[in-house]
Design a protein around this ligand. Structure first.
Ligand code: XIL
Length: 346
């Protein structure tokens, strides 16, 4: 066995992976247990799966991951209590069956707002109370800032303004107690105007007593983007607010965005691309280690190149064919150049 990533970085931060349940077994399960100290659900803890119908909570899948984490002594990140995506539509339908976002009557709009906030709090409290002894960090909210700056105009925002942000954190604190670590998670946190608007939002929320403990930087990055200086600057900025830093969804795509031209299959990816990726991983982990007073967890959004959400993107822009390869293990679960590069002590 090659050296465990978790062991290598134990003194600096935990190393985590996002998983689907089938990956808890077989080869994936072995790699997971050897190399990682933390897990997160790639999908099964999102609102769509946890509460598909109002009042009907579905715990079986989430429980499986919780049991696995406990059994193997892994930290558990909960992703995600609230999000604009993978959320069931019923949240946003009023008691007359009308879409809340289309309501024009001011009294009904006010009633809808309270109904939605109530539903949100019920969701958060039910989940947090159930898992508070198992979960080490909560993504309370995911992706609330727009890429172009300002708050994302999600249904949450259109119906409640920024009220949902405050109430979500307060509800999580109330249910989870002082020990619950509450995170605001987002992508492109390195890039302006989004970075500065996220910073201003968090600073304002903290000043208003909203209990935010940490920032999750998703870090869906590319070979040359964002620059390492942008990554460093962003981590330092949020750290300076006194918040904990997690890197929550790390992957290093071989492509830009949109991802063209894609390599059709794994075998089409040239060695040179893996070498460039290795340099990128080395650069990143050198930075992360130098910032280990700030960073406490680094989670990859997957385990090995056989399963990555980035393939959906590569395919979407390339007539259904395309393969990405963002991790440090290849499609056969063997270590790549990127593994040696991130583990290197130089
Ligand atoms: C993705 C999953 O990886 C996919 O399987 C699913 O189809 C869509 O969601 N940002 C997030 C994650 O916060 O929840 C997303 O996960 C990837 C982008």
């Amino acid at each position: 066995d090659v050296q465990s990533m978790q062991e290598r970085f134990e003194d600096s931060f935990d190393i985590g992976a996002a998983v689907e349940l089938y990956q808890l077994e077989g080869e994936h399960g072995e790699v997971l247990k050897h190399h990682y100290g933390s897990v997160v659900a790639e999908n099964v803890m999102k609102p769509l799966y946890i509460q598909p119908e109002e009042g009907e909570f579905y715990w079986d899948d989430a429980d499986q991951l919780v049991d696995f984490a406990n059994e193997h002594d892994l930290d558990l990140r909960y992703h995600t209590l609230i999000w604009h995506s993978q959320v069931p539509e019923w949240f946003f339908i009023d008691e007359n069956g009308n879409p809340m976002v289309e309501e024009e009557d001011p009294d009904q709009r006010e009633a809808n707002k309270e109904l939605l906030l109530d539903r949100m709090e019920t969701h958060i409290k039910t989940v947090v109370e159930r898992y508070k002894d198992d979960v080490d960090a909560w993504d309370v909210l995911n992706e609330v800032v727009d890429d172009g700056g300002g708050l994302r105009e999600s249904e949450w925002y259109q119906i409640t303004g920024d009220e949902y942000i405050k109430r979500a954190f307060h509800a999580a604190r109330e249910a989870g107690g002082e020990d619950a670590k509450l995170f605001l998670n987002d992508y492109n946190t390195e890039i302006n105007p989004k970075r500065d608007d996220l910073y201003d939002l968090v600073e304002r929320m903290l000043a208003e007593g909203v209990p935010i403990d940490g920032i999750g930087h998703q870090a869906h990055i590319q070979l040359d983007w964002p620059t390492i200086e942008e990554t460093e600057e962003s981590i330092r900025m949020f750290d300076s607010l006194g918040l904990e830093t997690h890197i929550t969804e790390l992957d290093v795509s071989l492509y830009g965005y949109p991802p063209t031209p894609a390599f059709d299959t794994y075998a089409d990816i040239p060695e040179e691309a893996f070498e460039r990726q290795a340099e990128r991983y080395h650069q990143l982990f050198t930075l992360y280690e130098s910032l280990d007073d700030a960073i406490t967890n680094i989670t990859f959004w997957g385990i090995a190149d056989d399963h990555t959400w980035l393939d959906d993107r590569a395919e979407e822009f390339n007539d259904g064919v395309g393969k990405d390869a963002p991790f440090v293990f290849d499609v056969d679960m063997h270590v790549k150049p990127a593994y040696w590069a991130m583990m290197s002590e130089e």
